[in-house]
Design a protein around this ligand. Structure first.
Ligand code: F6R
Length: 610
């Protein structure tokens, strides 16, 4: 939520800031702004409600704003509606300080009242303006001293970029619970929410930790901890190409990322399968440790939670251990039964989702060992976990996740096989069969994606529906949850997913002539049961779009109004194939409804506020 970028160097800052914001726009896109300092113009702030394009037009692509130091922000509104005045940067009353912020200042109301009593006038409804005004309040002649005093006074989550007219050679960055990186260059330095904003200019980055404060000038970066002790921060090389975060000829990032899934899946599993066995480098679990674990607790949000739903079926089957799945936003408020005998598996694409991070910290506080499945290298969740397995999906830019979901699933399968072998809960034959089929999945995924025109056709038939139901059993149900989420988030069609057996307990009353039901029936052991549910909804007038595997294709085609047939696979691995038509269906429906697919309304990628 919210993207921040800061630049100090020898070139004009504004075009660089706008380019960085364009790459961060997926984090928030209701307004944007920049503040740039030059000796001639002082600190100049330009802000615009709406998409970044409006800001680009207002500044002539940045060419009308001069200066070699500045900060920029693209916003996902929390406090105060999207508007020019609530957009960041927020200025202090004196105009000396400009602040960009990602996060929420929880005690802002109390500080605002205090400052108002001192005669300070506020112009915005944001919590961030409080920070700018408080900087003025504490400022004597030392910018860093004022920042430290502010950080001591505020509560909440933040990643800040701060510029001060009196110290025009430096930016100050600070973080707590919101991501912030430093990008290092020759004669320039960056601060940013993530590496996508800086990758065009530098591949050398550091990840700030909570409590860190960084002072950036064109010639260097000094990083301090909260006690102002100098930190020697590790520098990392980003190993992906700029093009990975560009559309590469596709109309939308989502379309590109859907099509990238077979390759991303391959990249994630291949190095981890050696000589017929799963090898998870860096993981040290022996039989005794695993046997001591009496429970696996999976924690995640949104689509990552849906991967967790699949993981419950997979891991319980392979490991014969109790697996619980919890929404991260519920976990820490439900007094979870977690002990040092619990293994928590935390799943997150961004590695920054605030609820997931907070749940991870709670699990660790309760004594659990935490293994995370994360896409963004160096993210907070990755760094705070005891063990991490990265998904090698590359940057995911579309707000609606696709390739992260698929690669998370692939890591779940790997973990299941890896632990099962240590525990001896699957025999050699089964193990080899699952592994062989796992390796065959990318090719089968390609076969499913090759049916995109058929899926587009079904989308053209149903895109005008106002309500769509997804039904399934076992892993089909978990995929239905994901299919329904994809559809509602990008097409704005109301949609629900149900365990098919639950229909008769209430939901079937919603089925009336013309209702569309997407029936997921790839899980062959339950195919007949699911088909009974299909008959029930059809007799109440529903149109049914059925999805199943080739061996059940003929039976499905006879029973439904439209059928999508995917290759057979092991029921356990089915979600990796079955989710693909769900993603494509949502994509084409949204396209036909004229929706802003990569940036759906009210959403943002990387939910860093609670
Ligand atoms: C849906 C989607 C979200 C994320 C959720 C968790 O398409 O992208 O539901 O899955 O916000 O995000 P991460 O995985 O980054 O923790």
């Amino acid at each position: 939520m919210c993207g921040i970028v800061g630049f100090v160097g020898k070139q004009e800052a504004a075009p660089i800031l706008l380019d960085g914001l364009a790459r961060l726009e997926y984090r928030g896109y209701d307004s944007a702004g920049i503040a740039v300092y030059s000796p001639q113009d002082g600190l100049r702030v330009v802000k615009a409600k709406g998409r970044l394009q409006n800001l680009a037009e207002k500044t002539n692509g940045g060419a009308d704003v001069h200066g070699c130091i500045g900060i920029g922000h693209t916003r996902w509104a929390t406090h105060g509606e999207p508007s020019d005045v609530n957009a960041h940067p927020q200025l202090s009353e004196s105009g000396r300080f400009a602040v960009i912020h990602n996060g929420i200042i929880e005690n802002y109301a109390e500080i605002k009242e205090f400052l108002q009593e001192q005669g300070v006038t506020f112009v915005s409804q944001t919590d961030t303006e409080v920070v700018a005004q408080l900087l003025d309040h504490y400022y004597k002649d030392d910018m860093l001293d004022a920042v430290v005093k502010v950080l001591h006074r505020i509560e909440g989550a933040y990643a800040f970029g701060i510029v001060c007219e009196d110290c025009p050679d430096r930016l100050i960055a600070a973080r707590k619970d919101s991501p912030l990186i430093i990008g290092y260059g020759e004669d320039f330095n960056f601060l940013a929410s993530d590496v996508t904003a800086v990758i065009k200019h530098t591949r050398e980055v550091s990840y700030l930790d909570d409590g860190d404060i960084a002072v950036l000038t064109a010639s260097g970066v000094a990083i301090y901890d909260s006690l102002l002790q100098r930190q020697d921060k590790a520098r990392h090389q980003v190993d992906w190409e700029v093009s990975a975060a560009e559309k590469g000829g596709y109309e939308h990032f989502m379309a590109k990322e859907i099509m990238e899934q077979p390759e991303a899946f391959r990249k994630t599993i291949s190095p981890r399968i050696q000589e017929g066995a799963v090898v998870l480098d860096g993981l040290c679990f022996d039989r005794e440790t695993l046997e001591r674990m009496d429970k696996l607790y999976i924690i995640a949000c949104g689509s990552s939670y849906h991967v967790g739903m699949v993981a419950k079926y997979t891991l319980e089957k392979l490991l014969r251990k109790n697996v619980e799945v919890s929404l991260a936003s519920e976990f820490r408020y439900c007094d979870p039964i977690v002990t040092e005998r619990t293994l928590c598996i935390v799943i997150s694409q961004s590695g920054e989702t605030i609820d997931t991070l907070a749940a991870l910290r709670e699990a660790k506080r309760l004594g659990a060992r935490v293994l995370s499945i994360v896409n963004v290298v160096g993210s907070t969740i990755a760094r705070e976990s005891d063990d991490v397995l990265y998904t090698w999906a590359g940057p995911e830019i579309a707000v609606a996740t696709t390739k992260a979901y698929s690669t998370q699933l692939s890591v779940v399968y790997l973990i299941g096989l890896y632990f099962a072998r240590i525990l001896g809960t699957v025999n050699g034959g089964e193990y080899a069969a699952i592994l062989t089929e796992l390796q065959a999945l990318p090719e089968k995924m390609e076969q499913v994606l090759a049916q995109k025109e058929t899926i587009q056709y079904y989308a053209s038939r149903y895109f005008n529906h106002e309500s769509i139901f997804f039904i399934g059993r076992n892993v089909d149900y978990a995929v239905g949850m994901e299919g329904s989420l994809k559809l509602k988030e990008i097409s704005y069609i109301h949609s629900e997913a149900y365990a098919a057996g639950e229909l008769k307990h209430g939901t079937i009353s919603l089925i009336e002539p013309g209702a569309l039901v997407v029936a997921l029936a790839g899980h062959t052991p339950l195919f007949e049961k699911l088909m009974s549910n299909v008959v029930e909804v059809k007799s109440r007038g529903a149109d049914v779009l059925g999805v199943t595997v080739a061996s059940r294709g003929a039976a499905m085609e006879k029973a439904v109004d439209g059928a999508l047939i995917i290759p057979d696979t092991l029921p356990m691995l089915l979600p990796s194939l079955e989710v693909l038509p769900m993603q494509l269906f949502a994509y084409y429906v949204a396209l036909m409804r004229g929706c802003d697919i990569d940036k759906p309304r009210n959403l943002a990628k990387s939910v860093t506020v609670e």
